[in-house]
Ligand binder design. Structure first.
Ligand SMILES: Nc1ncnc2c1ncn2[C@@H]1O[C@H](COP(=O)(O)OP(=O)(O)OP(=O)(O)O)[C@@H](O)[C@H]1O
Ligand SMILES: [Mg+2]
Length: 333
């Protein structure tokens, strides 16, 4: 469905400044896949999508999308894809149904077919009751659903969604996802989306592509990415430095232990299986008479994956200027 080879995009901002937004990105996506592209602000996600959707030309490299070259055959590509951009696509003065109807006409549907398609999508995305409302009067979540409907008017086999759920509250996010997954089933679509929500990428997409500084730094299932990390983390605290040292010694004897760090009142333990090791640690501490104040198991998240790959957490990378120079964490794995 998508085959990108060494795609690059440079933006020449001024004589002295060129932004290397995408640097040699290669990617293959099979029909039917649901792929989440994850990365901090400025990583090059939108630029990549804009190249794949023929909106901007690559500086170098090539890509075919739905079997057609994005540079040589843009019209063929556009016919087969839907694109829901970052921010709102739908206009403001029109009513929701008119907006969809119009979009259908633009895509060459006849008046009646466009009307039928509009009604079908309104129904599928739970917008029927809002058909007569002005787009500007819709809530953020409703408008985002309408944006998705707009992208589906011409029944594309591939849908690009650039941050579909950004800015929505958790309820609306979940609701939008329900609709996206339902659309995917109903129309057997391939979906490529970007998101900042790690939990969302993790739970919704089978495949996660992590992008940083315009390059793919990881590409696998969420589970596989996490399992490559050094296992679970147990963080335990005591009320006295002496107890911390003794607890650390006990931790070193745990089954599946990989690393033990003691600092201040805290012991951090890397183990293969945290939920199993924790009771073992607590039993050992009780037997040895070491009082444990608190203990928690942390299973790896996609943020840990990002931290492990880049030395910065995704949240910190977001805070960095342009997302390109986030501070480096000294405790990077
Ligand atoms: N038209 C442009 N001119 C100059 N620089 C640009 C242009 N478009 C994007 N950039 C730069 O290219 C880099 C990648 O931007 P892009 O929008 O692809 O990032 P992103 O991963 O989508 O980020 P976000 O998560 O914030 O949406 C950024 O440094 C951005 O400032
Ligand atoms: Mg973007």
């Amino acid at each position: 469905m998508i085959r990108a080879r060494s795609l690059t995009k440079d933006f020449v901002v001024s004589k002295r400044q060129t932004v290397h937004a995408v640097r040699g990105l290669s990617l293959e996506i099979e029909p039917g896949e649901l792929v989440a592209v994850l990365g901090p602000n400025g990583a090059g996600k939108t630029t990549t999508m804009r190249m794949l959707t023929t909106l901007i030309a690559p500086t170098s490299g090539s890509a075919t999308v739905a079997g057609h070259d994005v540079v040589a055959e843009p019209a063929q590509v556009r016919r087969r894809i839907g694109y829901v951009g970052q921010g709102n696509g739908a206009g403001h003065a029109q009513r929701a149904r008119d907006e969809l109807h119009c979009q259908g006409l633009i895509y060459g549907l006849r008046r009646r077919a466009a009307g039928q398609r509009a009604d079908e999508l309104l129904e599928a995305l739970d917008l029927t009751e809002l058909a007569g409302r002005k787009v500007s009067d819709l809530s953020g979540g409703q408008r985002r659903r309408l944006d998705v409907a707009m992208g589906l008017v011409h029944a594309p086999s591939l849908l690009f969604l650039d941050e579909p759920s950004t800015g929505l509250d958790p309820h609306n996010r979940a609701n939008l996802w329900e609709h996206i997954l339902r659309m995917r089933e109903r129309y057997a679509m391939t979906i490529v989306l970007t998101t900042h929500y790690l939990d969302e990428a993790d739970s919704m997409a089978a495949r996660v592509v992590v992008v940083d500084h315009g390059e793919i730094i990881a590409d696998d299932t969420g589970e596989a990415l996490k399992s490559k990390l050094a296992g679970d983390r147990i963080v335990a605290t005591t009320d006295a430095p002496d107890d911390t040292r003794r607890l650390a010694t006990l931790a070193e004897r745990l089954s599946g232990v990989r690393e033990v760090d003691a600092e201040g009142s805290q012991v951090e333990i890397r183990v293969a299986d945290g939920p199993r090791a924790l009771p073992e640690l607590l039993a050992a501490a009780r037997d040895a008479g070491v009082p444990v104040a608190t203990a928690q198991v942390h299973r790896p998240t996609l943020d840990d994956v990002f931290l492990n790959l880049t030395g910065r957490s995704l949240r910190e990378a977001e805070a960095g200027p342009n997302g390109n120079a986030g501070p480096t964490r000294k405790d990077a794995a």
